[in-house]
Design a protein. Sequence first.
Length: 445
Amino acid sequence: MKPSRLAILVGGGPAPGINAVIGSATIEAINNGMHVTGIYDGFRWLCSNQFSPQQHTTVLNIRDVARIHFTGGSILRTARTSLLDDERLKTSRVVYPDAAKVQRVLDNLRQLQIDSLITIGGDDTALSARFIAEACGGAIRIVHVPKTIDNDLPLPHDVSTFGFSTARLIGVQIVKNLMEDSKTTGRWYLVTAMGRNAGWLALGITKSAGATLSLIPEEFSENTTLARIADVLEGAIFKRRAMGRPDGVAVIAEGLAYRLGDRAELERLLGKEVPVDAAGHLRLAEVPLGEMLKNELVRRFKERGEDFTMVTHMLGYELRSADPTPADIAYCRDLGYGSIRLLLDSERALPSGVMVTLVNGNLVPMDFHEMIDPQTNRTRIRLVNVKSLSYRVARAYMIRLERSDLDNPQMLAELADAAKMSPERFRERYLMAATRLANGDHPSR
């Protein structure tokens, strides 16, 4: 039977382009005879006993959405409410659905007579969409639209998630200004970019802006130390000085905090409790990684009898609700349109639910079950491939210690002089920081 009543909701953090997806999906659905309902605040009300169709939904018409593709934010707002079983989440690495929440979602959708659903969000929203698809047994056709400025959903052929391109552009503009201020004042900036699990945004901003260096989680092994990360930054500062420049801008991914150990270790380092969000992830906004690294570097330079100035900056919130670029608008209109085509195609809109993706300009649905991480039952995360050409290009233009620097007597002497150490001591102290990657792996050039 052809679907007739569509609901659209948005979960997770904002990303440029959400409204373009909502708009294009609404227009194509109505043009195919469907009634469209927008659900406010993601799953927040839909999974609760307080759900009210009058308060928590809105009818979407073409006249309401015809021009929203230009705007950032979300006309349906968003929330991080998940459908995970919170109690089991406390004791298990494997995640499970909260059966009561899922059933309330199904009951409330049934109350609205919904037979198809579009969810717009990242890995956690995709996970909740999968739980609904598994529970409804095909009664509701579900399509998920991948959205995150972190760019960490497993789209085929490394296609970017929507919002990433716009976020990178604005991040580059901000970092460009910081680079000029850094050069003018002769000081260092340490910029922390959003990226809970992967370093796509930090690396993309650094590569495009030509910032001094970036550090991303994929370069470090688990259970690394704050001192280990600081060694790489400190080595870059010395190398920059040896090249005659006292200034620099380093961009780090917030997900580096996860490499410092588990929740207990982070709380030990911080001396306070670190809360988790609705999906069980540590709230990295509560982990001031930039300040921790700055304090460590300032302490080291003070021990050398030198005052060192480093300014920290958190980059993320100003990117998420920005107006999308034309590239993201066009991409999102494709995704919204494609979502409706999948819902109308009974053969491609699988009972288990699908994520809409585009490959070479063509619509390619991805079954929810292809996205499962078997170790956790979560949605798989796409990490930066540190052996790829794209990474090597980014790395080639950074100022970081290399083994070749330590093997060059003249450069080694200049580095040691900048650090007020003997060449032998410098080589011994920073040998690990000078490996091609911080974890000692050397991708081929």
